[in-house]
Design a protein around this ligand. Sequence first.
Ligand code: ASP
Length: 326
Amino acid sequence: MLSKPKSPYLPFGDQQKAPWYGKDILSVKQFSRADLEYIIEVAHEMRIMVERIGTFDLLKGKILANLFYEPSTRTASSFMAAMERLGGAVIPISEVRYSSVAKGESLPDTVRTLECYADVIVLRHPEVGAAALAAKYCRKPVINAGDGVGEHPTQALLDTFTIREELGRLDNLTVTMLGDLKYGRTVHSLSRLLTRFSGIKLNYVSPDILRMPKEVIDEVAEKGIPQHESGSLDKVLPETDVLYVTRVQKERFEDGAVYEKVKEAFVVNPEVMKPAKRDMIVMHPLPRITEISMSFDDDPRAAYFRQMEYGLYVRMALLAMVLGKA
Ligand code: ASP
């Protein structure tokens, strides 16, 4: 077992003041309610700073390696924007086929290389557990930006921040997750994270073959959170405070014909949304394909574009935290 001595960026006293300094962010399981409240507070400050002055020098001189083995628009670009808004620099590796990965280099060797040049590594990879493996071999903080069908912790953190900013609370909420709950890593992370709050009820609505994995249901049940599975949205929509819609994850299906059968199982549009509350929100990690009709985009409850912007502030907060500046 490798030990992972962290680089001494800060004098000892200052490290104690920055509790996330040098830490990896691999799973939402790492976060307590107090941690979440802290991240929300820092993200909120980042929002104010960006709105007031745009870019500032909190991470001047620091370098982020953004290593993406799977496609990404929002996660990759928001991490880059976050680092640059904080005055740092980025090594972007989105096309791994142009890096030594294409020559057969292993993940441990790739991160050992990048830690020589960067202060923090953001990793997206198609295999569950890849971020944990990278972190084992890397002495700099590793942030999981999605490991296959496993987790997407920074998305769940920004989802939490979105709910807080939009609805003003994180307790006493009925959250309905809709779509591909089997392969959608964002809902695996978000349902686990919501167990930190009280008065939460989770509804899972999906085609039968795309149900929430038992492992996640069991973990959530252990925390005493009521969960309800259904094949239809009608019954649960009127009580819903947050409707979290997901894309059917085409790239995870072995059989294209099965994907074709379920890809349009649920479509959210103004008609479908009529029985929903006025003061609820609709979220989506994006990209959306057909599961939310564009005709719903102008509804004030459509929070999915605002959600992307909240992602910038949360990722700024996380970078500042693991680099000892928050
Ligand atoms: N962007 C999200 C993810 O990377 C959701 C999706 O791809 O559907 O997991």
